[in-house]
Design a protein around this ligand. Structure first.
Ligand code: GDP
Ligand code: MG
Length: 370
């Protein structure tokens, strides 16, 4: 049932909470400032204080923000989005760095690649692949908790000298639960104690049957430090992507997902966003979680300003009023008023939720909870 705290009700009416409490007291209800009352009581109080009440359902505010699917026919192929997962020290960062150094799109000689949480590379055959470059498990879980799907393919890194470990199993479970196909990269193949065969049989215990053992899971032996078979890995990703037949419509307002966000001293709130459908443009008004902004600049993984970003492209957005959170879904809205309506509604929802969680007479102010 819908509820609201006394404080929040007072805020929304621009009345004093103490007057709300007094009115409730007259009706025989003893309440404190952080107590919650139901929506019907709140409406009675508000009307008694001379306010007009408009009750807004979530479906009204959130309506039409995200389109369920791209219209048939309008969708065109888009690059796959890949997350690298695996046990700690098995070489996730090394592999991401090695791929990035060798294949970054349009990387000038010795060019400075900027860390924006994701980057795009070119496969030997010329197709594009987007890698999400954030600590795999947390980002993946955060996004899934918000019901968002950011990844098309998981590359599971398993060190050949260490084998399947707890976080390897965890990654397998995450990917399976999300219905995301896995490509196995057996890493550190250059090492003395490398036992790739053992890795393959251990994976069987987690119901991952690689191709060389008669299964369907794509696999490759790599060395991140010696840069062995990185092209092969990219080819496998392209192959898997082809099987998935990934498409999106670029000719519509953008939708996407926040991969990282921070408050930059010089540039203000900066959000790295993966565009998932549509095309994001300068001047667009965007909402993500309970923040909104007008796109002032879009910056790619090379640190270059770009005028627009289409499906599967990661970009930094400058122009947010505040930093959204990783995993927040991004949508373009018609105008500032709509952006405010959505984000103010979400901020209220968050406050109400926090207040409800803190329980009755919990003491602490609502603001402290945020
Ligand atoms: P992460 O925790 O999965 O991100 O692993 P890192 O990329 O930080 O790598 C952990 C350690 O393994 C580092 O000391 C790397 O230099 C080393 N390492 C990573 N890949 C390879 C590889 O292919 N061969 C060898 N010999 N060492 C590697
Ligand atoms: Mg790492």
């Amino acid at each position: 049932p819908e509820t609201i705290t006394i404080q929040e009700l007072a805020n929304r009416m621009a009345e004093r909470a103490v007057d709300v409490i007094r009115l409730l007291m007259k009706q025989g209800e003893m309440k404190k400032i952080n107590d919650v009352i139901d929506a019907d009581t709140a409406q009675l109080i508000a009307e008694e204080m001379g306010h007009t009440v408009r009750r807004v359902a979530e479906s009204d505010v959130e309506e039409g923000l995200f389109d369920a699917a791209d219209e048939e026919g309008a969708a065109v192929p888009r690059p796959p989005v890949v997350t690298i997962m695996g046990h700690v020290d098995h070489g996730k960062t090394s592999l991401l760095d090695a791929i990035r150094q060798t294949n970054v799109v349009s990387g000038e000689a010795g060019g400075i690649t900027q860390h924006i949480g994701a980057y795009q590379v070119k496969t030997p055959a010329g197709s594009l692949v987007t890698f999400i470059d954030t600590p795999g498990h947390e980002a993946f879980t955060a996004m899934r908790q918000r019901g968002a799907k950011a990844t098309d393919i998981v590359v599971l890194v398993v060190a050949a000298d260490d084998g399947v470990m707890p976080q390897t199993a965890e990654a397998i479970n995450h990917a399976k639960a999300a219905g995301v196909p896995i490509i196995v990269a057996i890493n550190k193949i250059d090492k003395q104690g490398a036992k790739p065969e053992r890795v393959r049989t251990e994976l069987l215990q987690h119901e991952l049957q690689v191709e060389s053992l008669g299964g369907e899971i794509l696999e490759v032996e790599v060395s991140a430090t010696k840069k062995l078979n990185l092209d092969k890995l990219l080819e496998l990703i392209a192959l898997q992507a082809e099987l998935l037949d990934l498409k999106a419509n670029p000719d519509r307002p953008a939708e996407g997902i926040v991969i990282e966000a921070k408050l930059d001293k010089g540039r203000g709130p900066v959000a790295t966003v993966l565009v998932q459908r549509g095309t994001l443009k300068g001047g667009d008004i965007v909402v993500a979680g309970s923040e909104w902004g007008r796109v002032r600049a879009l910056i790619d993984d090379q640190g270059k300003a770009v005028s627009e970003a289409g499906p599967s492209l990661p970009v930094e957005i400058l122009g947010f009023q505040g930093a959204p959170e990783a995993g927040d879904r991004l949508a373009v809205v018609e105008n500032e008023a709509r952006a405010r309506e959505v984000t103010e509604y979400r901020q209220r929802q968050r406050r109400d939720l926090a207040a409800a969680r803190s329980g009755r007479g919990g003491g602490g102010s609502i603001e402290q909870m945020m």
